[in-house]
Ligand binder design. Sequence first.
Ligand code: FA5
Ligand code: MG
Length: 412
Amino acid sequence: ENEKVVFEKKRPEVFELDGRKHKTDDVWNLSPAVRHLLNRRILREQSNPLNLLKQRIINYVHQTYRKAGNRSPLFTICENEPRIVTNFQNFDSLLTPENHVSRRPSDTYYINSNECLRAHTSAHQHSLMKQGLDAFLVIGDVYRRDEVDRTHYPCFHQIEGVRLYSKDELFGKSENPAEIFSKNEERNKEKQGVHTYDAVRVAEIQLKEFLENLCDELFGKDCQKRWIDAYFPFTHPSFELEVFYNGQWLEVLGCGIMEQEILESAGVRDKIGWAFGIGLERIAMVLYGIPDIRLFWSKDSGFVSQFAGKTPEDEVKYKEISAHPQVIFDVSFFLPENVQFNDMTSDVYDVIRTIGGELVEQVKLTDEFENKKKGKKSQTYRIVYRSHEKALTKDEVNFYYGRMITISSTPC
Ligand code: FA5
Ligand code: MG
């Protein structure tokens, strides 16, 4: 990393993020490292796989779900919610118990006693429903004081989905539609007290269909997945979806039927809803074959170049990069007379790859020049060499360069 992490030992009086100023107090526990992560915004980096995946999911959801009777997308996409939220948004509005572990300063990053970095995109459910949205996705970076390993990182990315249904939307318009709400029923393993079995069954089917179809779209129908019963304070019943990857089951999302109390406090009286929260990194790891969550933050061009210029619908399989350093080599030469730039490039790529073999990690045309008066054209290529076995020296790389000159100037 050439970028400098600025160490600020003292707590700042005021912390500014996403265009808002926040007063800090003694509860403040943001490390320099997490402040560095806050500023990176990798979801917005053009060739980051998370950005490609995000766009692919949005495209799919827009194409698949339209409003009844017209072509407008059903789901509103919310990507710019402020990342500092109140304790009410992150916890209370979601019925998180007062003594829940996630509230501890050892688990959550606090700005002050009333505000924190959002620990999940669920923090925006309440305010978006209150604004009147019935179907939306919230996408963004979330922060937790988690341990770091291959599948956990203090900053990761989530997509929250919420869909609310009126009676007609859930059961269709019919003469004798079933009811969403029941009186005096017990809460049990399958449902909340206020809901009918009919309503929960239909909503649950819709929820699971939405998520299974999304997984099939991303991974293909053959991918192995399974539903697990789960617990969240804000949904009941609750589930987790796991996907089989690299010999083990990987939890990729949590979901469930929203607690009716949450809808009520947001001013929604006559609807039932489902919600889910997907971990984008986990999906991207399976989809692109990325073995370690820390790679999403890599600036190593061996990583970045594998996703550069790709579209969301392209299939990309990540090839592990070596831990040994790169050796960079620039080559310039004049083109033979009457050869056009375009005709030259793919031949050069071929020659370089043929000779360098496995050691050539990347080849890129970096410059073209034409001197019209003299009728001469030149090109410059940057070759990045890297071995999986050892640190290459300039001399070894020079050897390949020598062979390239010999072969390409030998008449066929
Ligand atoms: C939640 O965050 C809930 N808000 C999800 C939810 C939303 C449930 C709506 C019900 C209704 P959880 O903490 O399990 O749940 O995280 C959800 C997903 O985020 C996980 O399945 C996982 O894919 C991902 N995730 C969680 N922690 C990490 C981490 N440290 N690093 C990377 N991904 C993580
Ligand atoms: Mg979980």
